[in-house]
Design a binder for this molecule. Structure first.
Ligand code: HEC
Length: 153
């Protein structure tokens, strides 16, 4: 009597699946071969090293992770003055011309109790207008060559 060949046992399928999973996992695992893969880059160990953000237009300059502000000339003065009442992020997320920054300072002086900055004002404005100037190219230029037409009612 001829008996039908038994179907391949289930574990074979499981084995194929396992090979696939391991293969895919290996693709995504870090490279074992590279010599420094076990030690993180030296600068990722330091906690107070300023890091640069690729999103910032001033990405070439370091950003102080504590305040979020660009570390550049007059930075200590700006940090001391402008993070006394609120975080540096509030400053860093704004963009304005020198005149615009002056107006924000005047507004804080009028309404928020910001003191007279005296001779420091110029240096602070230099810093703000240099590193937090309006960003260019954010909007497209207005269209000029449109042929308007009347809507039929
Ligand atoms: C005496 C306290 C004080 C100091 C010092 C101070 N600010 Fe402010 N600032 C405020 C207050 C209060 C607000 C409003 C915060 C809010 O809306 O949550 C504010 C808001 C701002 C804003 C947001 C304005 C807006 O339109 O949303 C910016 C930008 C800013 N400050 C920049 C600065 C800069 C630059 C300096 C340093 C020259 C500074 N601040 C120093 C009190 C201060």
């Amino acid at each position: 009597m001829i008996r039908p060949r038994p179907r391949r046992p289930f574990p074979f399928l499981l084995l194929v699946l396992l090979v696939l999973v391991v293969g895919i996992a290996l693709l995504y695992l870090p490279d074992y071969g590279s010599p420094d893969s076990t030690t993180p880059p030296a600068d990722s160990l330091a906690t107070d090293t300023p890091v640069t953000s690729a999103l910032d237009s001033t990405a070439a300059l370091p950003i102080d992770t504590a305040t979020g502000l660009v570390v550049a000339e007059h930075y200590p003065l700006v940090k001391a003055t402008c993070t006394a009442c609120h975080g540096g992020q509030l400053v860093a997320q704004n963009r304005a011309s020198r005149e615009g920054w002056l107006q924000m300072i005047r507004w804080m002086q009028r309404t928020q109790g910001l003191w007279d900055l005296g001779p420091n004002e110029d240096a602070i404005l230099d810093y703000l207008a240099t590193h937090y100037a309006p960003q260019e190219g954010g909007r497209r230029a207005p269209l000029t060559d449109i042929e308007w037409y009347e809507l039929n009612e």
